[in-house]
Write a protein of this length. Structure first.
Length: 513
C-alpha cells in the first residue's frame, strides 16, 4: 500500500467511531427516552399563598382595586394564621389607597382640573366631563381616547399627577405605598407612618409584583400541552423563555426553573422534529423536488459556519510525529471576512449527508504557504460520502487527484501534480453520478474520473494537514437528502434555540444518535 494510501486511510480511521454513532447502524438503541414533561405540573407554582397575594398586588399596581380586593379575599380562604395576617394588612392598605385615589380624581372633576394620562408613550391632559359606572369620560377626545376606566388608574398615574403633593392625599405612609406599588424608588429611612414590619413588607414588593405578573401566564402554560403545529410550538417555547427570564430572584418560584427547562426542551425538540431543511440550515436552501436539495454557501454571514461540524482528530494520524519541537498549534477554522477560513490541521463536515447522484462545487484559495505549523508531509482533501465506519469516501486531493475509498481500498486517478499558487482562487468540482462514476475538475479541467458504485452516501467534508492557510470562498452542494438521518442536527438546533433563551442544558452529543 502506497504512503498516500496509508495517509488517507489513517485520515478517516480516527473519526469512524463518532460517525458510527451518527449513522445509527451500530445496533445499540440505548435506553428508551423519558416520557415528556407534563406541563400540568406548572400549576402548583400558581397555587400557593404568596402567589395569590402577588396576583392581588399585581392587579393593584395596575389600578384594579376591586379585583385586587377580591383576590385577597379569595387568598384568605384556607390561609394559615401568618399569611392571613399579611393578607388583612394588605387589604387595609389597599382600601385606604382606593379611598385616597377616589378623593383625588373627584377633586379634579369638581375643580375642573385636568388629569394627565399616558398615551402612546407620552402624557396627555384631559378634562373630566363625568364619572359614571367606573369610567371617567372626558370633555374632548384626544389621540382616540375619550374615556378611561377607573380600574386602570394605576398608582403610577396617581404619583405622576400629584408629585410631591401625594403627601397630602392620604395617610403619611401612602406616598411610600404608592411608590412601592408603582415600582419606583423610595427611601425606607424616611417612611413616616410605617413600622419596621410594614417597611419589610413593602421591600418585598419588587419580587411580589414580578410574581404577580407571572401567575396567569404560568396557569395558561400549565394548560397549553403540546400543540401540533410547528408555529405554535415555537411560540410556546418563547413564552416559557419569557417566564424563565422573569422568575429569577422570586423566592416562592425557587425550583420552577427545572420545570420550565424540561417543558421547553420537549417543546423545542418537537418543533424541530419536523422542521424543514430551510429551518435547520443557515445557508441558502433550495428544494429541487423528488427528494433532491441544493445548499449554497457564500459565507456572507457567520451563522453559515454553524452548518458544519468540527472534528479536530482528523489530522492526528495523517503523518509521522514531527522530529523537531512543535510550535504552538494555531490550527483551526472559522468564519472570516466572507469565507470559511482554515489553517494547518483541520477537519470539518457538513451536517447533512447526501445520497445517490451528488455534486460539490467549491471555490478556494491558499492565502499563505509555508512552514508555519511544523507539519511534515500533509494532505488536503475536499470530499463527499464520508462514511468512516465503512472506511469509505470520495474526494479531490489537492488539485490533481480523485480519490475513492471503498472499505479501506483506495482507487485513484490523477492528472498531476498541479502546483498550488498563493492567493489564487481555484474553482473545483467533485461529482458522482447515479451509476457511481466520480469526476473531479479544477478550473473546468478534468483531473480524474473513475467508477466506484459502492460509495454512495455521506456528507461533504474538508480534511487538511498542510502548511497552508486557506479560504473556502463558496460552496454549493446538491444531492438526495435522507431526511431520516438528521436527528443530531435537529437536536442541535433545538439546543441552540433554547440557549438563546437561557433555557439550554448541556449541548447534545452525537453519540446519542
Amino acid at each position: 500500500m502506497s504512503r498516500l494510501t496509508l495517509l488517507a486511510f489513517a485520515l478517516f480511521l480516527v473519526a469512524s467511531a463518532a460517525f458510527a454513532q451518527r449513522s445509527g447502524k451500530n445496533g445499540y438503541m440505548g435506553p428508551p427516552p423519558p416520557p415528556p414533561y407534563n406541563p400540568e405540573e406548572l400549576a402548583r407554582w400558581a397555587d400557593v399563598g404568596p402567589a395569590k397575594l402577588a396576583k392581588a398586588l399585581h392587579l393593584a399596581s395596575l389600578g384594579n382595586v376591586e379585583g385586587a380586593l377580591a383576590g385577597l379575599d379569595a387568598a384568605l380562604e384556607g390561609a394559615d394564621e401568618g399569611l392571613a395576617a399579611r393578607l388583612n394588612q394588605e387589604k387595609q392598605r389597599l382600601i385606604e389607597f382606593g379611598a385616597a385615589r377616589e378623593a383625588w380624581f373627584k377633586e379634579l372633576f369638581s375643580k375642573k382640573k385636568k388629569i394627565r394620562l399616558p398615551i402612546d408613550g407620552k402624557m396627555a391632559a384631559f378634562a373630566i366631563k363625568s364619572i359614571e359606572n367606573g369610567v371617567l369620560t372626558f370633555t374632548k377626545e384626544r389621540d382616540g381616547v375619550k374615556d378611561w376606566a377607573i380600574s386602570a388608574l394605576s398608582p403610577e398615574i396617581m404619583q405622576t399627577n400629584l408629585g410631591r403633593k401625594i403627601k397630602d392625599a392620604g395617610p403619611a405612609w401612602l406616598e411610600f405605598y404608592v411608590a412601592a406599588l408603582a415600582q419606583q424608588e423610595w427611601d425606607a429611612s424616611k417612611a413616616e407612618g410605617l413600622d419596621p414590619n410594614d417597611v419589610k413588607q413593602l421591600e418585598q414588593y419588587p419580587w411580589l409584583l414580578k410574581l404577580g405578573s407571572l401567575v396567569d401566564e404560568i396557569l395558561d402554560l400549565s394548560k397549553a400541552g403540546y400543540p401540533e403545529s410547528e408555529e405554535e410550538l415555537f411560540a410556546l417555547v418563547d413564552r416559557v423563555g419569557a417566564v424563565y427570564a422573569t422568575q429569577k430572584d422570586i423566592p416562592p418560584l425557587d425550583g420552577i426553573a427545572t420545570d420550565l427547562r424540561a417543558y421547553a426542551d420537549d417543546l423545542a425538540k418537537r418543533a424541530f422534529a419536523t422542521a424543514s431543511l430551510t429551518k435547520l440550515l443557515r445557508g441558502k436552501v433550495t428544494d429541487l423536488g423528488e427528494g433532491r436539495w441544493k445548499f449554497v454557501y457564500e459565507f456572507d454571514s457567520p451563522e453559515e459556519a454553524s452548518d458544519f461540524i468540527n472534528d479536530d482528530e482528523l489530522f492526528k494520524y495523517c503523518i509521522p510525529e514531527a522530529e523537531t519541537e512543535a510550535t504552538a498549534d494555531k490550527s483551526g477554522w472559522l468564519h472570516h471576512e466572507g469565507a470559511l477560513a482554515w489553517a494547518g490541521r483541520v477537519g470539518l463536515y457538513h451536517h447533512v449527508p447526501l445520497e445517490g447522484a451528488m455534486v460539490a462545487r467549491y471555490e478556494w484559495s491558499a492565502t499563505a504557504i509555508g512552514n508555519t505549523f511544523d507539519i511534515q508531509g500533509g494532505n488536503l482533501i475536499f470530499g463527499l460520502c464520508a462514511a468512516p465506519k465503512e472506511l469509505s469516501f470520495i474526494g479531490n486531493a489537492f488539485l490533481h487527484t480523485v480519490w475513492c475509498y471503498a472499505k479501506g481500498q483506495l482507487v485513484n486517478n490523477s492528472n498531476g501534480p498541479v502546483p498550488i499558487y498563493q492567493k489564487r482562487v481555484y474553482k473545483c468540482e467533485l461529482a458522482r453520478d447515479a451509476a457511481g462514476t466520480v469526476t473531479g475538475t479544477t478550473d473546468g479541467k478534468v483531473v480524474g474520473s473513475l467508477s466506484l458504485p459502492a460509495v454512495e452516501s455521506g456528507p461533504f467534508f474538508l480534511a487538511a494537514n498542510l502548511n497552508i492557510r486557506g479560504r473556502l470562498e463558496r460552496l454549493e452542494l446538491e444531492g438526495q437528502v435522507p431526511l431520516d438521518r438528521l436527528d443530531y442536527l435537529r437536536r442541535l438546533r433545538a439546543w441552540e434555540y433554547l440557549d438563546r433563551l437561557g433555557l439550554a442544558g448541556s449541548p447534545p452529543s452525537m453519540d446519542a444518535e
